[in-house]
Design a protein around this ligand. Structure first.
Ligand code: NAD
Length: 433
């Protein structure tokens, strides 16, 4: 693995959360261009790959509980269908813009390509703060948005999934709406469904699990034994709590975890079951009696070997990158590291397993869910986890090899691999007509 400085590296390649993201697509194209320069990609393909293939904007009415009608704006963007049907989540957030959705769609293309899934990238979003809606209004909004984008999606066309503020229930409404409109059940139209509707075993743990597989590989490359190592996790939600538990199972001491209300730190190692019970009781890991109170900013610079940002974007910046003590940062979250921080960390030899690799376990098991839906043949959780491990290990080895070949670090290497793969597909398919 190459850990020398590479000032050409790019920003967090991710699904991002898109706050203040009017120019997010410009950022995505800049990132693409940097990696395209590394491999000397031909101009024709740069033109194709730096645009989104299809962009749909819809404005649609929703009847509210008080009988009034509100009009919402939504988007569905497919960046590149060369590798196969397009795939990507749907987010409900007040800051959703077309630029953001386009960037997220492009990043999904790269994420799928890095782990070799037969999908192009897509993304959808509705500009809404769902916390202001009742369940009935949320259902109405989901169903009408689905009806609007229905000509654009389908099990062999474009397959949505949950993202920020959408969940298995929203996916169940989406799947039902699509199915009712065609007249029969189509479980393959979405992933992230509830288990009973054809969701996959292991899906809810997949992101954290995939992230830990990535850490195991990085630690092996660097000769860092996980047994006895210290792990710090920012964000004790879906991705972070699973990653913490699995790191502990690997013999690492999880010394600190946090959430939006604060963190808890115990240098001797936290009792994670007790932390989880405390969170269930109080709604937060903060003020856990088995650890000392710690702020999120203190947590990021704690003494540890492994740091797992699993909360929000933009956490490690030029302001704190100098003080980060971890030797491996595994980005379970999307876009937690700024480009400036990336450069600083690289110069200091800190290995960042980038989000398009480290959190690709989620879309990988979504792919498994889609395969199971198409075949109407569920896999065991063991099969899911074994196949996920195989894909994460292989992808990490390929990205590390690319880092070595080009003398770049893992983020650029992951992006280079993704672009090379999509470029090869584009060359082979040619241009129709
Ligand atoms: P989640 O909502 O389950 O958990 C997020 C956690 O982060 C919560 O504990 C929350 O309190 C905490 N948090 C929020 N703001 C924080 C802050 N400022 N400081 C510290 N903690 C904070 O979400 P999740 O699904 O675990 O997603 C977390 C990250 O992982 C996001 O960036 C998401 O895009 C990314 N991701 C998740 C998946 C997945 O399958 N869940 C897949 C790919 C990427």
């Amino acid at each position: 693995m190459v850990v020398s400085a590479d000032v050409r590296d790019v920003a967090g390649m991710s699904e991002g959360t898109g706050e203040g993201s009017d120019d997010l697509f410009t950022v995505a194209v800049e990132q693409f261009t940097i990696a395209a320069d590394v491999i000397g990609l031909e101009d024709d393909l740069r033109g194709v790959m730096s645009h989104c293939q299809r962009e749909l904007t819809v404005h649609f009415p929703v009847e509210m509980d008080d009988g009034s009608v509100k009009v919402f704006a939504g988007h569905r963007v497919q960046h590149n269908s060369g590798p196969g049907p397009t795939k990507g989540g749907i987010r409900f957030h007040q800051s959703v813009t077309l630029s953001e959705v386009k960037a997220l769609a492009m990043w999904m293309t790269w994420k799928c390509a890095v782990v070799g899934l037969p999908f192009g990238g897509a993304k959808g979003g509705v500009q809404v703060d769902p916390k202001l809606l009742s369940q009935a209004e949320l259902q109405n909004l989901t169903r009408r948005y689905t009806a609007e984008i229905q000509p654009f999606i389908g099990p062999t066309v474009d397959i949505p999934a949950p993202d920020v503020n959408t969940n298995p229930q929203v996916m169940a409404w989406l799947m039902d709406t699509y199915s009712m409109n065609v007249g029969y059940s189509v479980p393959g139209v979405t992933t992230g469904k509830p288990l009973v509707l054809g969701g996959s075993a292991g899906r809810s743990e997949a992101t954290g699990r995939g992230c830990v597989f990535g850490i195991e590989e990085a630690a092996r490359h660097l000769g860092i034994p996980l047994v006895g190592s210290r792990t710090v996790v920012q964000g004790f939600g879906n991705a972070g709590s699973v990653a913490a538990r699995l790191m502990a199972e690997d013999g690492s001491k999880v010394v600190a975890v946090s959430d939006s209300r604060g963190g808890t730190y115990n240098p001797a190692g936290l009792d994670l079951d007790a932390v989880a019970r405390h969170k269930e009781r109080t709604g937060s890991v903060a003020k856990f009696s088995g650890g000392d109170t710690i702020s999120n900013s203190e947590l990021l610079v704690l003494d540890c070997e492994i740091l797992i940002p699993a909360a929000m974007e933009g956490q490690i910046t030029e302001d704190n990158a100098h003080d980060v003590k971890a030797r491996i940062i595994a980005e379970a979250a999307n876009g937690p590291t700024s480009p400036e921080a990336d450069r600083l960390l690289y110069e200091r030899g800190v290995v960042v397993v980038p989000d398009i690799l480290a959190n690709a376990g989620g879309v990988t098991v979504s792919y498994f869910e889609w395969v199971q839906a198409l075949q109407a043949f569920p896999w065991s959780e063991q099969q899911v986890n074994e196949r996920l491990r195989e894909i994460m290990r292989r992808s990490f080895a390929e990205v590390a090899g690319t880092a070595e070949t080009y003398g770049v670090h893992l983020r650029t290497a992951a992006l280079v691999r993704a672009i090379e793969r999509v470029a090869e597909i584009s060359r082979l398919r040619g241009i129709y007509p």
